[in-house]
Design a binder for this molecule. Sequence first.
Ligand code: ADP
Ligand code: MG
Length: 262
Amino acid sequence: MEQILSLRNVGFRYDGRWTLKGIDLDIHRGEILGILGPNGSGKSTLLRLMDGLLVPKEGEVRFRDRPLASRKRKGLAKEVAFVAQENAFRFTFSVLEVVLMGRAPHLGRLQFEGKRDIDIALHSLETMNALDLEDRSIHELSGGEKQRVLIARALAQEPQVLILDEPTSFLDIKFKREIFELLSSLNRRDGLTIVVVSHDIDLAAHYCQRLMMLKDGSLFTTGTPEAIITAANVESVYDCPVVIDRNPATGSPRVNIIGKER
Ligand code: ADP
Ligand code: MG
């Protein structure tokens, strides 16, 4: 299987103690990899390292066969797109303006967007079922609409790898499902490689071909959803009692939290 991104013994610390340590991970071309782990386990830091926003203090991240560190930011943004968790806009941009920002890596210095860039932005919106939002202000969108627009902006970069940090966290169940369905069809239709951090374990188990679990900044385990979504793994990583069974409609692993007696 071809590796598109690979992390070799990656360690990172902001100031004091190590946030990530000894991470060895290959992202395979064409897969959807889900990253699970409790709050503070280092998931967002790991994504920033994959996108080249942070540089490892130890080890190396490679895109195909070249170290990320040797790549210019703008060149890399044509290959890897990152949808961060926090996205505040200081000015009142229209949806189309926000999606056009995704074209920046393809433009020369001081060059304005042309017809081709606008076509790509509109196509990205269409892919995300968001073409009708084109003229709206980014500030007036619902959570589900905004998330689709932010993914459209990332698609406008025409990346090989799409990285998303908790894209479903603030959405209701209908929109959580919609986001995962859209990611899944991008993966199937275009072969887009996707790395997604999520606390929606059941949805991640259903839509990702492979999962990894992070605990205290180390890779706890990685494998197919069926193999690694076990009560022992989930309880150990999240420190929460659970029973695992199968979703009766889909057969995918399902996590049931064991509440205290009522
Ligand atoms: P997760 O996304 O799994 O919740 P993060 O990668 O955001 O975890 O954070 C992992 C650890 O790194 C936490 O202890 C957090 O406080 C710390 N951390 C995150 N960002 C910074 C930062 N900019 N400066 C210092 N420490 C940080
Ligand atoms: Mg995070």
